[in-house]
Design a protein around this ligand. Structure first.
Ligand SMILES: [Zn+2]
Length: 247
């Protein structure tokens, strides 16, 4: 590996570890769930070990796992999550995706438990999911290549899905973007839950979402929120201060 890709991998390791700690800080990741990132130019990705606490993850803990779900490198005797096939099969099927998050958000998952109210974009940033949020019908663990492939097929070309009575999977172009999407995803679900308790929910229309997206700079928005959450993480001691100097 040349110096440039070493630098690239070091940066991605710090991003995945920081994203995990920040999602835990925000109550989106807890005792389970995982964030992965594609290693550029390789059929492989970084993901945390199965038993590593989401509150204490460091860049060095991360494993390199290939698209078959096999560990290529990582600390001795450490296993990847059984649900790594969510990540391997999506990264294989979707060259446009670089980062995947799987977690079990409390409010968004509620919408797989009621028949009458599907999760729909309510707040402007949920225009990210204008194409729809499919619900994968199998609530079990996605712990084989075949189950991962079935889930990737449910996701199809969309940017998020719910797994019935289980959780959510989001996909994005980068680790900072997956953090921002995760925050907005649960925010949107909370808005719908509250709106539904007040009256008949009025989700965003296709025209409204198009209008929002037409004037929205996603790159700038992601950079702004990533900076905000890093600052919150450093300020509260959730992120170790020395990570600020890391690539
Ligand atoms: Zn899960």
């Amino acid at each position: 590996m040349d110096t440039a890709s070493n630098m690239g991998e070091a940066r991605l390791r710090t991003e995945v570890a920081a994203c995990t700690l920040l999602l835990n800080m925000e109550g989106l990741l807890g005792y389970s769930g995982h964030v992965s990132v594609r290693l550029p130019g390789q059929d492989a990705f970084l993901i945390q070990p199965v038993d590593q606490s989401r509150a204490e993850l460091t860049p060095d803990h991360l494993l390199v796992v290939d698209f078959e779900g096999d560990t290529i490198s990582g600390p001795e005797g450490v296993k990847p999550p059984s649900e790594r096939f969510i990540h391997s099969e999506i990264l294989k099927a979707r060259p446009d995706v670089n980062a995947v998050a799987h977690f079990h958000p409390e409010i968004a998952t509620l919408f797989t438990l009621v028949e009458d109210i599907p999760l729909r974009p309510m707040k402007n940033h949920a225009s990210r999911w204008a194409s729809g949020i499919p619900v994968h019908p199998d609530p079990g663990h996605v712990n084989s290549p075949a189950l991962g492939l079935a889930l990737a097929e449910t996701l199809n070309g969309h940017q998020a899905l719910l797994i019935r009575a289980h959780g959510a999977v989001l996909v994005a172009e980068s680790v900072p973007a997956i953090l921002v999407d995760s925050v907005h995803f649960e925010e949107n679900a909370r808005a719908l839950q509250r709106a539904a308790s007040m009256g008949k929910p009025a989700p965003l229309t296709a025209d409204e979402m198009e209008s929002f997206r037409g004037r929205f700079n996603r790159e700038k928005h992601v950079a702004k929120l990533w900076k905000y959450y890093l600052g919150k993480g450093y300020g509260s001691g959730v992120l170790p201060a020395e990570w600020a100097a890391m690539p």
